[in-house]
Design a protein around this ligand. Structure first.
Ligand SMILES: NC(=O)c1ccc[n+]([C@@H]2O[C@H](COP(=O)([O-])OP(=O)(O)OC[C@H]3O[C@@H](n4cnc5c(N)ncnc54)[C@H](OP(=O)(O)O)[C@@H]3O)[C@@H](O)[C@H]2O)c1
Length: 338
């Protein structure tokens, strides 16, 4: 495996600052957003890197769009995802949508030109990503590129959460952080299951949360009373994707702590004895989400679509901890629908 990490290149010389193609007649270089050290958003830089080549069982995808999420910012700041190894220069990004441009040995199910959506632990903020053929699914034509590239991370977390919390029709789900990347997905998925949803958000995002199908509640002092007023029938399950007081309020409202989950505060989750929600990513889950998108049941809210070169700005936006839905990078110039 050659650098940059997470986006294997054909050369042992990992990164250079532009220049002619390394192979006559070929185009083995492409752009990627990477870090050479942990730090603030300014450590992100866009450079030319060797184009990865697909190994056996892999496809090479020309990336059109890639979502940005808090986990990417955390990695940039020094966090290492479980099971991953960060080696500089490190290309960030864990979700993408694009077009298959090459298939590795043994790949039968994908062909050049196929439009796909996929996930990978690292390496997606790049013109090209080599990824296992088992980590991509077909992109429905009805799903625009920005939405497709930003669906996997938040969508799969929300989908996993509803499964773990066993939310069914007729029940009431409380979502703390209903306007955010995961929250917007969780609200819509719960509504699609026939559940009632109460969602907390800032005053600015109340109408947006309502448009997703939830009863909106402004967070902050007095929110517990407002939630009780919005759910006089009681709350059956709760998902905290905001932090702050969300989990403490949830365990007072939900009788069964096994039906209270958080993706934010591990220490508090353990102390309270509720559920830790991490994303159980799979192509089956991603395909189910894409199907809902294609049928108009699930919408990806894209609040900020930026070219790859503005990746630092994208990270600053995500790190505010506020805002509707997702921040997305437009990676290749021929991105349709963006
Ligand atoms: N463990 C995992 O697998 C996993 C996966 C995905 C995400 N996560 C974590 O889950 C969290 C949410 O991720 P995300 O992508 O949804 O983040 P996000 O897009 O930044 O959304 C966070 C939302 O929280 C809301 N918020 C801020 N302060 C709040 C408060 N005091 N009370 C209630 N809501 C508040 C904001 O709403 P306003 O804009 O209205 O202020 C914002 O929309 C992050 O901590 C992330 O690291 C974990």
């Amino acid at each position: 495996m050659s650098a940059p990490r997470g986006n294997r290149g054909a050369s042992a010389d990992p990164v250079r600052d532009g220049g002619p193609p390394a192979e006559p007649g070929g185009a083995p270089w492409g752009r990627a957003a990477l870090i050479e050290a942990f730090g603030p958003p300014d450590v992100l830089e866009v450079r030319e890197v060797p184009r990865p080549r697909p190994d056996a069982g892999e496809v090479l995808v020309r990336v059109r769009t890639a979502g940005v999420q808090p986990a990417d910012a955390a990695i940039r700041g020094g966090w290492t995802p479980p099971g991953a190894t960060i080696v500089f220069p490190q290309v960030l990004g864990n979700e993408f949508a694009g077009v298959v441009v090459e298939t590795g040995p043994g790949v039968q199910e994908w062909a050049i030109g196929d439009e796909v959506v996929g996930f990978r632990v690292l390496g997606c903020y790049a013109d090209h990503v080599a990824v296992s053929a088992a980590q991509v699914v077909r992109k429905p034509a009805a799903v625009p590129w920005p939405a497709a590239g930003a669906l996997s991370a938040s969508g799969q977390t929300a989908h996993t959460a509803l499964e773990r919390l066993r939310v069914i029709a007729g029940e009431t789900l409380l979502v703390h952080g209903a306007a955010g990347g995961v929250g917007t997905m969780a609200v819509q998925l719960a509504v699609a299951r026939g559940a009632r949803v109460v969602g907390t958000a800032s005053a600015a995002n109340q109408d947006h949360v309502r448009s997703l199908g939830a009863a909106p509640v402004v967070y902050g002092p007095g929110q517990e009373d407002r939630i009780r007023a919005a759910a006089p029938q009681g709350v059956d399950a709760a998902l905290d994707v905001a932090g702050h007081d969300g989990l403490l309020i949830s365990v007072r409202l939900v009788a069964d702590r096994d039906r209270v989950g958080t993706s934010v505060d591990r220490a508090l989750q353990q102390r309270l004895g509720c559920r830790w929600i991490s994303s159980d990513r799979s192509t089956a889950r991603l395909a189910a989400l894409l199907d809902l998108c294609a049928r108009g049941t699930l919408a990806v809210t894209v609040r900020n679509l930026l070219p790859l070169e503005r990746v630092a700005e994208a990270h600053r936006d995500v790190e505010t901890g506020h805002g509707r839905g997702k921040v997305v990078l437009r990676v290749s110039e021929d991105s349709e629908g963006s």
